[in-house]
Design a protein around this ligand. Structure first.
Ligand code: AMP
Length: 200
């Protein structure tokens, strides 16, 4: 949504890792089992993949990092990487959702196999059942790690290793907290207002 609304590039380490797994690279082979278990892939692998992607020219206008950083080591490495490029973080947005709601959201989501548009068993159906609103595609897929059990393991990793970064970014004065318990349209609007405010 932020890509559509603001023309920014979304960069997700999860997407980059899934592409590495699908391509069967060395990094992908090492990451596969860790991802299936809902644990965090090593900082070295994630940072190498991210650095490669950030070296490409399309990131110049600004990026939304999604699912990164997830550890203090990654956050500090990101600061160094950006400083070397004369850049810095404009905002770190904490989308705040309770654990039970998060399990329901993630375990119920699926995407169009053709264009990647996101849907949800409860919260977002295609207008015509079985047909993607965006591209008319008929195939849909779910991530292997989007089962309720694995989502709970991912939340455990989140609370232990990632939640402390909220304090890290608060200390840098860039933290934006967003109560993300509401419906999709409300969150889109609130998120847009935050990005509008900091991107100006
Ligand atoms: P995501 O697509 O962000 O939900 O990530 C899916 C999985 O990829 C996670 O459960 C981790 O195993 C791995 N992963 C994605 N991003 C990172 C990261 N920044 N650090 C470590 N592991 C990651």
């Amino acid at each position: 949504m932020l890509e559509e609304d603001f023309g920014l590039i979304q960069l997700s380490t999860g997407d980059l890792l899934r592409a590495a797994v699908a391509a069967g690279t060395d990094a992908g082979k090492q990451a596969k089992a860790v991802m299936e278990a809902g644990q965090l892939v090593s900082d070295d692998i994630v940072l190498a993949i991210l650095k490669d992607r950030m070296a490409q020219p399309d990131v110049a206008k600004g990026i939304i990092l999604d699912g990164f950083p997830r550890t203090a080591v990654q956050a500090e490495a990101l600061d160094r990487l950006l400083a070397a490029a004369g850049q810095k973080i404009t905002a770190a947005i904490s989308l705040e959702v309770g654990d039970a709601a998060m399990v329901a959201r993630v375990a119920g989501r699926y995407t169009c196999a053709g264009c990647g548009e996101g849907y949800h068993d409860q919260f977002k159906h295609p207008a015509t059942a079985g047909v993607c609103d965006k591209c008319g595609g008929l195939g849909f897929k779910r991530r292997a790690d989007d089962t309720a059990t694995t989502v709970r393991d991912r939340l455990t990793a989140y609370h232990a290793q990632t939640a402390p970064l909220i304090t890290y970014y608060d200390g840098k004065g860039v933290l934006e907290r967003l109560d993300a318990m509401g419906p999709i349209a409300d969150i889109r609007q609130a998120l847009g207002a935050i990005v509008q405010g900091v991107a100006a």
